[in-house]
Design a protein. Structure first.
Length: 415
């Protein structure tokens, strides 16, 4: 978090100061810039303890039952708070052009970098973009993962539909080519903030040591109010470079490569919008989804391990009606499809929610929207079916359900 704080704060403050001090000169030199953002406050309350981020603002799903010495559930306690550190500030810049390419850039930050009660300025997006008249563009820097895409749920919670909707901002090289109705996207992505999970916990070393970037290829078709598209994603990780076995340390060459596929659609008519997305996802923990991988075999001499990814089927549907007075219904469902190879042990699993057989979330939202204001309230009902991992197929068996009820109220002032 310290590195993110220093980098984002340094870039943002420097750019902002230069924009103010040299504003007249900048405009004459062909630069354009605009500051944007919002002040956001939110009050929430949960019926039990949950898996979450950003001090509870980024809600995911309820935790499993954790019995105490008397058999009482340690996670069955309500909690809630009020925060404003999701407030956002951004700077958009344009020009001067480079040859036939139009140049733009973005620096965007908020105060959502948390460490207990320390709220820190953090990187959201920082990128440079080159765009050509024939519909091609190249983005270099940290921006939204292409699997987040143009189709996303309309809801108040910061999670924006996670863990059903991929949620990630990553350093990347993103090339797009658009025509009247079609858009093609090809991306090479790296990790910084949103990380894969492995033997050493969450770290970017799995992709750094693996050298290969995450690769995404997608296509969209848009005609009037209708949009349909899909994409394929590959991520290749090196879980470890060394292992300990037989009282010795050995250099090992381990790798796990996973493939994920997604389809999305959106239709808008007047004040009505319906959208959805469905995925077959492998090892997508860096996209804030359920998943991961497990060990299938271990070399008895060197300790080298072989792996297999967990596969999940994930879908969501979102219906929105209204503009000034707006209502929204969201439904998300995830099912653990298990693994393709027998696991060595249920104790050698790396990921998020691998003991969940299925997860269902329903979300109802009402908001009042003005040009510079949003006031809204939201109710979320989320149920997770926890069980024991079967090493034969990786699926969760003998399940029991756990439910959380969440109420949230939000105000936002845009500028």
């Amino acid at each position: 978090m310290t590195r993110q704080l220093v980098v984002s704060k340094g870039f943002f403050v420097l750019t902002l100061c230069l924009s103010i001090i040299y504003s007249v000169k900048a405009q004459k030199s062909g630069y354009e810039y605009s500051i944007y953002g919002f002040v956001r406050g939110e009050l929430y309350c949960n019926s039990r303890s949950n898996v979450e981020g950003v001090d509870g603002l980024f809600y995911l799903y309820p935790k499993d039952v954790l019995p105490d010495a008397d058999g009482k559930d340690l996670n069955a306690y309500s909690n809630g708070s009020f925060y404003t550190f999701a407030t956002r500030l951004g700077l958009d810049m344009k020009g001067p052009d480079v040859g036939a390419a139009k140049v733009s850039a973005k620096i965007e930050t908020d105060f959502g970098g948390t460490n207990n009660i320390n709220f820190m300025l953090r990187i959201r997006q920082i990128y440079l973009k080159l765009a050509w008249d024939k519909g091609s563009s190249l983005l270099l820097g940290q921006a939204w993962h292409p699997m987040f895409g143009e189709v996303m749920p309309n809801m108040l919670n910061l999670s924006t539909g996670s863990p059903f909707q991929p949620f990630n901002r990553s350093p990347q090289l993103n090339f797009q080519h658009a025509t009247k109705h079609f858009k093609l996207t090809a991306s090479a992505l790296y990790q910084l903030v949103y990380l894969s999970t492995g033997p050493a916990g969450k770290t970017e070393n799995y992709t750094k040591n693996g050298v290969l970037p995450e690769l995404y290829l997608g296509a969209d078709y848009k005609n009037g109010n209708f949009l349909f598209g899909g994409g394929a994603d590959m991520i290749s990780l090196k879980p470890r470079t060394e292992a300990t076995a037989n009282s010795g340390v050995y250099r090992v060459n381990e790798r796990i490569t996973s493939f994920s596929y997604e389809l999305h659609t959106k239709y808008t008519y007047n004040i009505f919008q319906i959208s959805g997305k469905t995925l077959i996802a492998e090892n997508q923990t860096h996209n804030t989804m359920l998943g991961g991988f497990g060990v299938t075999a271990t070399d008895p001499r060197t300790g080298k391990q072989e792996y297999t990814p967990f596969r999940h089927s994930t879908s969501w549907l979102n219906v929105v009606i209204g503009k000034e007075y707006q209502g929204s219904l969201f439904a998300g469902f995830t099912k653990n499809l298990g693994v393709s190879e027998k696991l060595e042990s249920a104790g050698k699993l790396y990921g998020t929610g691998l003991d969940i057989d299925k997860l269902l979330t329903l979300n109802f939202c009402l908001s009042y929207n003005l040009p510079h204001w949003k006031l809204g309230a939201e109710y979320t009902n989320s149920t997770a079916w926890y069980g024991k991992t079967d090493i034969e197929d990786g699926k969760s068996k003998d399940t029991h359900d756990v439910t959380n009820h969440r109420i949230e109220a939000v105000f936002m002032y845009y500028f």
